[in-house]
Design a protein around this ligand. Structure first.
Ligand code: FAD
Ligand code: DHB
Length: 389
């Protein structure tokens, strides 16, 4: 088998890259270790920057998003009995779109199927070979047979646990990491959202987030301990705890119901450098993880893909590999800015188990400054909508 670009992973990074390359006439094969249904069953991010929406338009996969996505012009932050709005539209002229990652993935899968580009699901034991040569090879096991694909380039879009980053020799790869001492317990429920906009809550009992997927489906998160399991949280206990972390006036609007998904995600900041080894290029969670507090994971994956797709298209159109050579540095510049924002939001809004009295006063002072300073709110808004990168 042969393809110009082999893409490992059919998450949002891999699918979006595949679609942008296909539009430019570049042949791709996507190898995904899980089944299509498994990939579509994962509930993750929910907020898209305008840049990500623009890329989905370019990819020809934004029709449903424009019908069903909810445009949000601000968020609310609750702390110490007060709730303040950060008005993105007034401060930056931009807004964000609330549209679930599951739906983005489904739209991209449908667009790929419509152009007849191949995806191999349940491709096992994927391994990468000869990455420093001009003819890299990707090997996988499918239907109990081993297959080899020869290609020009490999895109590692296979998430944090994938094979892409692990194929970079240890003496080349540098990693930077912070693991946070808590997780997020997420619940999806078929009930209208508590409010028109997202509410981020810093409460003495821990962080909470009220989000949504549509006008009839809500997504809520609670900061939880790392040693807890979703099974430790029957629905009733979840709603009780969420109610305790909300101000009584807003808690009155909470519409509870049976959860349709419940899971715990650990929080981590992580960057791997460089994002390239020979003819392998990493994009998305394969190269970096942000804690979800700034709603950036999916958006950062999309911006990597935007740079990488342009560089590959340029390479095939003009023969120049200048764009590919510049990719790691260009992508990492943005990655570190987004890491900083996500780390800052996480520090400001969570309760850290070992924080001192001084740390807590600093956090309160940070929120006080944010609430009273237009400059601070503008900085938050610019980062949240993706304007400042
Ligand atoms: P992924 O979505 O991880 O896709 C990688 C794909 O590669 C997967 O389909 C995987 O099965 C496949 N794969 C892995 N290894 C192999 C292999 N060896 N061979 C073949 N295929 C392979 N972000 C937010 O902004 N807000 C959130 O609330 C949020 N919640 C999250 C919850 C969880 C549990 C996780 C893990 C992430 C969350 N994120 C969130 C982050 C966001 O979902 C990711 O940034 C986004 O999914 C990145 O897309 P990706 O395509 O790079 O990686
Ligand atoms: C959602 C997740 C986030 O991490 C975030 O900051 C906002 C919304 C969500 O899943 O809806």
């Amino acid at each position: 088998m042969r393809a110009q670009v082999v893409i490992i992973g059919s998450g949002p990074s891999g699918l979006l890259l595949g679609q942008l390359l296909a539009k430019a006439g570049i042949e791709t094969i996507i190898l995904e270790q899980k089944s299509r249904d498994y990939v579509l069953g994962r509930i993750r991010a929910g907020v898209l920057e305008q840049g990500a929406v623009g890329l989905l338009e370019e990819a020809g996969a934004a029709a449903r998003l424009h019908c069903e996505g909810l445009v949000h012009e601000g968020i609310e932050i609750a702390f110490d009995g007060a709730r303040r709005r950060v008005d993105f539209k007034a401060l930056t002229g931009k807004s964000v779109t609330v549209y679930g990652q599951t739906e983005v993935t489904r739209d991209l899968m449908d667009a790929r199927a419509a152009i007849g580009a191949p995806t191999v699901y349940e491709a096992l034991d994927v391994s990468l070979h000869d990455l420093e040569s001009e003819r890299p090879k990707v090997r996988y096991v499918g239907r109990e047979k081993e297959f080899d694909i020869e290609c020009d380039y490999v895109a590692g879009c296979d998430g944090f646990h994938g094979v892409g980053r692990r194929s970079i020799p240890e003496n080349v790869l540098r990693t930077y990491e912070r693991v946070y001492p808590f997780g997020w317990l997420g619940v999806l429920v078929e009930r209208p959202p508590i409010a028109d906009e997202l509410i981020y809550v810093n409460h003495v009992r821990g962080f909470a987030l009220c989000s949504m997927r549509s006008m009839t489906r809500s997504r809520y998160y609670l900061q939880c301990r790392l040693d807890e399991h979703a099974d430790d949280w029957p629905d009733e206990k979840f709603w009780e705890e969420l109610t305790r972390r909300l101000d009584p006036d807003i808690a009155r609007s909470l519409r509870t119901g049976p959860s349709i998904e419940k899971s715990i995600a650990p929080l981590r900041s992580f960057v791997a450098e460089p994002m390239r080894f020979g003819r392998l290029f990493l994009a998305g969670d394969a190269a970096h993880i942000v804690p979800p507090t700034g709603a950036k994971g999916l958006n950062l994956a999309a911006s990597d893909v935007s740079y990488l797709s342009r560089a590959l298209i340029d390479r095939y159109k003009t023969g120049s590999s200048e764009g590919l050579d510049a990719y790691p540095q260009k992508a990492l510049k943005r990655v570190w800015k987004v890491e900083r924002f996500s780390w800052w939001m996480t520090q400001m809004l969570h309760r850290f188990p070992e924080s001192s009295g001084f740390d807590q006063k600093m956090q309160a002072a940070e929120l006080d400054y944010l609430f009273s300073s237009k400059a601070a709110q503008t900085a938050l808004a610019e980062n949240y909508v993706g304007l400042s990168y």
